[in-house]
Design a protein around this ligand. Structure first.
Ligand SMILES: Nc1ncnc2c1ncn2[C@@H]1O[C@H](COP(=O)(O)OP(=O)(O)OP(=O)(O)O)[C@@H](O)[C@H]1O
Ligand SMILES: [Mg+2]
Length: 388
């Protein structure tokens, strides 16, 4: 990133990119950062969609998101530059999966066969339960709609970066598994189990039939028959989402806090994104404690001023408050000291040309538009660059 300051690097992202994916471990501020980036990009004149995952309830309300359902809400921004629009949407994983299957099914008969099948519910619970996978599917759909200049994708917390990076291939990998492939192999006759009821596998299936009942096996057979029709669609989408991730119009932003578990996750993302040539742009080092470098003594520095202000108070009040202030300052210094190695680790990762924007821990949680504007002011302290 060639921008002069880290903040300018981030400003360039929201000005130029079409997709920004905020990744990182749990609780580091991915959702609030995604919302603040979206807010600022819209204020600067872009049509933005923030696609969030499980936002805290109050923040969701601030974004006009009361319920799930993939419904896109527009948030009025009185100070948006011309053309700027902020939209937000909360990921509904089950609806996303049903939509996908609905679209990929070639005809109504296949659709009815799949949606009416009990096995489908089990399989779809499994996939829809995977927020990272569904997030990438939804991202691809809204990208294809062409309705937005910028989509900011919030992501679920991951312990393992690969859960997210490899998410787009989940269905394709599922249908590629040997056992599933075997079920999905085309047959001349309609009944999948016609073939397997002879030979060794026939024994296995008769046994399964005894355990689960013939009806269950028929349902399983019906599911795989219908699902087979969707296989090419899954592969095509996998290839398309993978291309979209690697596109130079996309940027990955790693959000982290200055503590060991989240910097470990950030470091894993850094390594994996680089290894896969995915467009990592930089880091937001969030919730950083800040403190004056030198050791200060509150009683020494403030004694006279406190005494002057405490004229009407009992004699011990000022010294006892100063002593407490001194303890609080020392605690803050030690927290800053403990965070230092993690701040250094993030800066070392960034030495390969990525930016790090650090953001202090604000004095209250970010739950409304005011909080988002506070955060946005920290992320973007400079006014937008004039158009060339
Ligand atoms: N710079 C900050 N200052 C103060 N509070 C912050 C800051 N950044 C985030 N928070 C607060 O930290 C909490 C977690 O933030 P957020 O929900 O954005 O994290 P997340 O990474 O999306 O979490 P999850 O992984 O659970 O989805 C929220 O209460 C948010 O208001
Ligand atoms: Mg979140």
């Amino acid at each position: 990133m060639s921008a002069a300051t880290p903040q300018a690097g981030l400003a360039e992202l929201i000005r130029l990119r079409g997709i920004i994916v905020c990744v990182g471990s749990g609780g580091v501020g991915k959702t609030t950062t995604a919302a603040a980036l979206g807010l600022e990009a819209a204020r600067r004149g872009r049509r933005v969609l923030v696609l969030t995952i499980d936002p805290a309830r109050r923040l969701a309300n601030a974004l006009g998101l009361q319920s799930f359902g993939n419904e896109v809400r527009r948030i009025e921004l009185p100070d948006a530059a011309e053309g700027g629009e902020l939209h937000a949407c909360m990921l509904d994983t089950q609806a996303t999966f049903d939509d996908l299957v609905h679209r990929l099914a070639p005809d109504d008969e296949t659709r009815r066969a799949i949606f009416g099948n009990r096995i489908y519910r089990v399989v779809s619970d499994n996939f829809a339960g995977s927020q990272e996978y569904m997030a990438t599917e939804r991202l691809y759909d809204v990208h294809c709609s062409g309705e937005y200049d910028l989509i900011v994708l919030d992501t679920p917390p991951v312990k393992n970066a690969l859960d997210f990076i490899e998410a787009p291939g989940r269905l394709a990998r599922f249908v590629d598994r040997q056992i599933v492939k075997w079920f999905l192999t085309p047959y001349d006759e309609k009944r999948v189990f016609g073939r397997v009821l002879v030979g060794t596998s026939g024994v296995v299936f008769r046994l399964l039939g005894m355990i689960f009942g013939r009806e269950f096996l028929d349902e399983l057979s019906g599911f795989f028959q219908a699902f087979r029709e969707l296989m090419d669609g899954f592969h095509d989408r996998h290839a398309a989402v993978t291309r979209l991730f690697a596109d130079p119009g996309t940027a990955f932003l790693v959000v982290t806090a200055p503590n060991e578990p989240s910097v470990d996750v950030a470091s894993f993302f850094h390594d994996e994104l680089r290894a896969r040539n995915l467009p990592l742009a930089g880091f937001v080092l969030n919730q950083v404690h800040r403190c004056h470098d030198g050791e200060l003594s509150a009683p020494e520095l403030l004694r006279e001023r406190a005494a002057a202000l405490a004229v009407d108070l009992p004699a011990h009040t000022a010294p006892s408050l100063l002593a407490r202030l001194d303890v609080a300052h020392k605690r803050l210094r030690s927290v800053v000291h403990e965070e230092r190695p993690f701040v250094d680790r993030v800066n070392a990762m960034a030495s390969a040309g990525y930016f790090v924007v650090d953001v202090p821990l604000l004095d209250r949680p970010i739950r409304d538009m005011r909080g988002l504007r506070d955060l946005s002011a920290r992320l973007f302290p400079d006014p937008p660059a004039a158009a060339p």
